[in-house]
Ligand binder design. Sequence first.
Ligand code: 5AD
Ligand code: SF4
Length: 361
Amino acid sequence: MSNKVLEILKKESFTREEIIRLLSVQTEVEKNLIFEKAAEVREKHIGKTIALRGLIEYSNTCSKNCLYCGIRSGNPLVSRYCLNEEEVLSCSKYAYDQNYGSVVIQSGERSDKHFVNSIDNLIRRIKKLSNGELGITLSCGEQTEETYRRWFESGAHRYLLRIESSNEELYYRIHPQDVNHDFNKRLLALNHLKSAGYQVGSGVMVGLPFQTDENLADDLLFLQKIDVDMVGMGPYIEHPETPLYNFRNEIPEPKTRFEKTLLMIAIIRIMMKNINIAASTAMDTLDKEGRIKAIIAGANVLMPNITPIKYRENYLIYKDKPFIIEADELLVRFKSSPLLKDFEIIQGKWGDSPHFKNKSV
Ligand code: 5AD
Ligand code: SF4
């Protein structure tokens, strides 16, 4: 078959134009060529495995005011919470007992001393309770280089900080233009994380108002350029209590956003081969098998939510977030899905990014 897409997929690396071409495929035949290639790369470099992290939504208090996010500081309708230490430890114990191998502590962004100390203390206590066995990923926003180093020394070893959009102009259309939401500071934070020794994850939202395929292609090239170890990408989903909701008529249909995110996952898998890629929860909002399809497209990390149920309704960063599903129920769904019948869910391992390991040897 002589086909432009097939020709591109044979190349060792993609140009910007080629990525734009891949992102704009319309026919099922062409889409499947991309998904097949991603599946092949994934099998060769990762295997048909899924790594687990128990996701703990530590606190929904946030000092930022991102224009898309339901728990932004400017939303007075959110009832704010912060788990106490015992609650975090009991979630972690659950993840340990269930043999997940890792937890993620995710939180709204705060940088006051009390917060920094609390996270530090939690890292140490989770390590202790699991005899050093549970891996810890943090997703606690921008912090000083010193804080990043301190948390790393205490035992956290992976960090997720999405760039949200690598295009500075678009970044400032979805964030307030102030010192608290500085694009260059975010880039610097990613650098600091890397030099502190973390496996670093980043990513973007797909289907934002004003976003083009050119922007998305640049996002993928950006992730490749900064040489991330992990990627977390999900569809943008409008939230009525946010300023960006005013532009809800200017975003692609849910199905288009969903499929574009699958393509983004598949293309970054082909481009970066052995990185970890998360199947983000937001996929399930747009398709009931969203996360399963993300895995098939090239993702290899699943983060079941293990936050105590009573807090979950307060961590609604986007509308229709599937917050009630229990971690064990999600895993049953995964294990029994015919789509995933050849896949193995990894037990009791950190599930580190092979990309990072290869760099360190
Ligand atoms: N839709 C989809 N994802 C969102 N996030 C925040 N708000 C939304 C939204 N409305 C994502 C951001 C952030 C992560 C924690 O959640 O990418 O980094
Ligand atoms: Fe805070 Fe993150 Fe939401 Fe921005 S996206 S308002 S930093 S929780």
